[in-house]
Design a binder for this molecule. Structure first.
Ligand code: KIV
Ligand code: ZN
Length: 503
């Protein structure tokens, strides 16, 4: 059997999605879910990029035991040292170091010639190896690099100790046939290739990242780098759930391939990442989109009722979309709640945390008749967002209409002091935001405001996502509630808290 290793880079490349910013607790919550999902390697961040990234890698390294934890590092000593330091406590660790190799990057970005690049690979891959045994080496923009030079670069990396050679299609330029041929060529020509695995890392600029990753597997790559929901810079990265389900569903083609992924955790993981990042996948997204398993046309419905295989190539349960996700209600007890957490793959919570979440669940069950899986995941997401370092916490709010105007009164804890203010506005959300400005004594510019339903039922919870800016900084915030005004207030406060965490 051929083991196809799955590297998840949601917390590194995925976090480069425009405006997505996750705090350390949120990253840890996602990392725990990725471990439950069974990913082989979690690329937890880019240690040198910011103190926040460094701390998150450190935290994840100390908590995650089954998956290997990786940090990205440019091929320079100070990056490598920082990555090694962040990974210190990890049981299984990897440094992923990279340098651009294509002519355009050599000339305009690095201003280095081929020889200088090869020398840097020889010296710095060996330097990384002196800290951590498992070294992954990438040629950034590999797919636009001369093939012969790629062979030189990767052969040098193997000689210096790299055990994974990653081939990024950085700008999402290649087609599947080209990727297939490139991987085959590299396998046939890299010196010492028997000591290393080939990996692929594709971007989706032409919508080909999944197809290219699959072509790479067929060409001989044994590791695929991807993100949940295909998050990532520009058009995003390869979607993990799609690659895994292609291998799983087309066993006739991939008979010798296996992954370590527990497919029933794909949907809960996608939901959690959507809730925590505020980036909700489009409804027609394969595998995890709202419509991915719904049949609207009568002919399809009739067929599926007589035999699901007429129109379904996968069972929804296989990817963790329970057909009966109607689970808990206000009479459900703590045991049922704990069972549900277990089924959703939520592990590693202390008893105290479970009790806190259970009391939040009870509050929600008072407002909402049926508590669906998505509702439970949204409680978890909300909890990860409410970190102890948060400066502002919503206590209470009230909306009144007076003489055609709307008035919002808001109570917020600023650190531990309760402050209250009222303001009038064009609507409840506008009035609430104005009252919040008065409390914090600062104005933020609202760049975007969005409301989504988390579930499809009549008393669904709303998720509000906002993008606020001040000066150069733009931050996303999100909040959930059965009340759309409360969801909006929470989202706004969440964005402001992030603003203070990131300065
Ligand atoms: O897309 C890319 O080239 C990358 C590398 C740093 C691996 O993300
Ligand atoms: Zn990338």
């Amino acid at each position: 059997m051929r083991k196809i290793k799955i590297v998840d880079t949601t917390l590194r490349d995925g976090e480069q999605t425009p405006r997505v910013n996750l705090n350390s607790e949120e990253k840890l919550r996602i990392a725990k879910q990725l471990e439950t999902l069974g990913v082989d390697v979690i690329e937890a961040g880019f240690a040198m990029a910011s103190p926040g990234d460094f701390e998150a890698i450190k935290l994840i390294s100390s908590e995650i035991k089954k998956s290997t934890i990786s940090s990205l590092a440019r091929l320079v000593k100070k990056d490598i040292e920082r990555a090694a330091e962040a990974l210190k406590e990890a049981e299984k660790k990897r440094i992923h170091t990279f340098i651009a190799t294509s002519p355009i990057h050599r000339e305009f970005k690095l201003k280095m010639n081929k020889e200088e690049i090869i020398n840097s690979i020889r010296e710095n891959v060996a330097y990384a190896k002196s800290f951590v045994n498992e070294i992954e080496f990438s040629c950034e923009d590999a797919t636009r690099t001369e093939k012969e030079f790629l062979v030189e670069a990767y052969s040098t990396a193997v000689e210096a100790g790299a055990v994974v050679l990653n081939v990024p299609d950085t700008v999402g330029y290649r087609t599947p046939q080209e990727v297939f041929e490139l991987i085959k060529y590299l396998k046939e020509n890299i010196r010492g290739i028997e000591k290393a695995e080939i990996s692929v890392h594709c971007h989706d600029d032409l919508g080909l990242s999944v197809s290219n990753s699959i072509a790479a597997i067929q060409g001989g790559a044994n590791q695929v780098e991807c993100t949940i929901n295909g998050l990532g810079e520009r058009a995003g990265n390869t979607s993990l759930e799609e690659v895994v389900m292609i291998i799983h569903t087309r066993k006739d083609i991939f008979k010798d391939c296996i992954t370590n992924i527990e497919t029933t955790q794909l949907y809960p993981t996608s939901k959690l990442v959507g809730l925590l990042t505020g980036v909700i996948p489009q409804p027609n997204k394969a595998i995890i989109g709202t419509n991915a398993f719904s049949h609207e046309s009568g002919i399809h419905q009739h067929g599926v009722l007589s035999n699901p295989e007429t129109y379904e190539i996968m069972k929804p349960e296989t990817v963790g979309r329970s057909t009966d996700s109607l689970v808990l209600g206000k009479l459900s007890g703590k045991h049922a709640f704990e069972d549900k957490l277990k089924n959703l793959g939520i592990k590693g919570l202390t008893n105290e945390k479970i009790s806190e979440l259970f009391s939040e669940f009870k509050k929600l069950a008072d407002k909402k008749k049926y508590i669906l899986d998505e509702d439970i995941l949204s409680l978890i997401a909300d909890d990860a967002a409410t970190v102890s370092t948060n400066k502002f916490r919503l206590d209470n709010f009230e909306i009144k209409r007076e003489n055609g105007k709307v008035k919002a009164s808001i109570d917020i804890f600023v650190e531990n002091n309760k402050k209250s203010e009222s303001a009038q506005g064009d609507g409840p959300v506008d009035a609430s935001f104005k009252a919040i400005h008065k409390i914090i004594g600062e104005e933020f510019k609202m760049e975007e405001y969005k409301l989504d339903a988390i579930t499809g039922d009549v008393d669904a919870q709303a998720q509000s996502s906002v993008v606020v800016s001040k000066g150069e900084k733009r931050l996303i915030g999100r909040g959930q509630s059965t009340d759309i005004v409360e969801a909006s207030i929470k989202a706004y406060i969440n964005a402001i808290n992030r603003f203070y965490q990131y300065i």
